[in-house]
Unconditional design. Sequence first.
Length: 683
Amino acid sequence: MAKTDDLFAGAPSPDPRRGAARPQPKLKPAPLPSGATAGAAGYTAAHIEVLEGLEPVRRRPGMYIGGTDEKALHHLFAEVIDNAMDEAVAGHATFIAVDALADGSVSVTDNGRGIPVDPHPKFPDKSALEVVMTTLHSGGKFDSKVYETSGGLHGVGVSVVNALSESLDVEVAVNQRLYRQSFSRGLPLGPLEEVGPVHNRRGTKVRFLPDPQIFGEGARLQPGRLYRMARSKAYLFSGVEIRWTCAAELLDGADAAPERATLHFPGGLKEFLATALTERSLSAEIFAGVHNKAGGHGGVEWAIAWTDDGDDGFCRSYCNTIPTPEGGTHELGLRGALLRALKGYAELTNFKRASILTAEDVMAGACAMLSAFIREPEFQGQTKERLASPEAARIVEAAVKDAFDHWLAASPQQANRLLEAVVQRGEDRLRRRQEKEVARKTATRKLRLPGKLADCSQAGSKGSELFIVEGDSAGGSAKQARDRATQAVLPLRGKILNVASAGADKLAQNQQLADLLLALGCGTRSRYSDADLRYDRVVVMTDADVDGAHIASLLMTFFYRELPELIRHGHLFLAVPPLYRLSHGGETLYARDDAHKDELIEKRFKGKKVEIGRFKGLGEMLPAQLRDTTMAPAKRTLLRVAIDEEDGEGTRDAVDRLMGTKPEARFRFIQERAAFAGDLIDI
């Protein structure tokens, strides 16, 4: 909710150097030339209207509060409570009372200094209170002498509320005397009245009832919305206590509020954010802080948390307790501070993948609250929805950057987890951009498949297969052994990139993986589309040795990280090529490994002289051998790759440990299984 404002204190005296205002001469309309008329449509000086007082506000309320809808209606309350908040932030008020009344009106009371009630120097026949309530651009916030920081700079806030209210009553308690004045639709119903002595009370009370002529007969202030607005003010300034009451008649309804509540939050924005995120999983604890938060110029308070549940983040910012829903320079300062600090930490820890980060990546999953206190801030527009003060960016960035540097250094475990999450968002961003570029290119011309891909001839994906093989030699054999109607072959050159340890920039530059993604045609991660997958089965076919197993592991890691939905839909398989050929007489059998070889010799060739041949790779197999043992559906064996959904966290940890960026984790894995490895090599 944005705010326009008018100050409690009277306007400063005019500069004596300028002298008294001179009376302006009355101008007479110049006579028309002989034979001339006032125009074909009769357009004369009489048609020029001069709106006086608060009449412009009633004629064009949208210029002052943005419209006449529900948001604009509640904007009136924001204007009044923000005046009271300015008194609290300046250190003159300790509590604010908000009362939602049965007749639809609302009153706001503070124990501040009170609007001045003495005669105004420029209008000696009026009190300063009446001037403030009935004159646009009047108030004491045009400089920093009365208020160090405030949200009202234009001097139109409370006068606009008065203009758009059916009735408005003001009470001021000052010097143990109570004063009262009533208004209707911007006009005073009488002069300022001195009610009499009053004890144990000071400050201002404003009660207003919005005008149905402006907002419509059915328009009413919603207690629930008023309560939430008041509560947010209490979070924004921990030194104030807001006392809420609501008439019993208003307690029922879709937007109900509590009957009574005391709103006081010493924890400030951190307490607010912790309450808002109670049911969400966080990447790290809330990063919060206060810099010179005493209502003075340059004060900054912030609270930020990064969630694990996607990109459903937000940034709610305020300047001098005024909401800035469209952001502004203070938000730019926050984004710059977080980005610089994270990149600096990544450099210290040699986390090279962080070089791709932008401010968008850092803020994508962040839930942030930011409150800045700036002297004489500049806003875009009267409704103050965006801060434009250039110095706000510098103030916020300096305050947050230093604190975030210390926070990262003090909590390396949380810092590393946060950095990994942010970098993954950056890699997703680059990946989406690459896929968008491919989609744009293919939209304007026929899809150009990778040059080494031997595609199948059938049009649909049902029953089709893509064999991913290692090297041109194996690719040549596979292309001759395949069923050209349903089987496609894509040879890869050596070991592919390990995506678990490489950055998104390297992934984007890797031609082999780009060719594979282009052949699949289904997109990656959140942009994966099963309907666009060009093949029913994707078969990883590598040599039946240690190097082949390593390449298969790299490919499975790629699919797990970049195309997990392809695995979940049951499209990924591992081929099982033979390692040995066993021959005796006219009989030939194939064995997958040593154990299978010994089993076949024991059962089929026991006591016979067997010729044993070991394949060094798929490329050494004749096309007929490769077809009969590995590619023909009637004779082959395929292993379907699946994800253990019941132990998703364990699967992620295993992939990170064995394929990730930390070699010490793999070293520990090898040490833990040293005995198993010894048995394999017969130590």
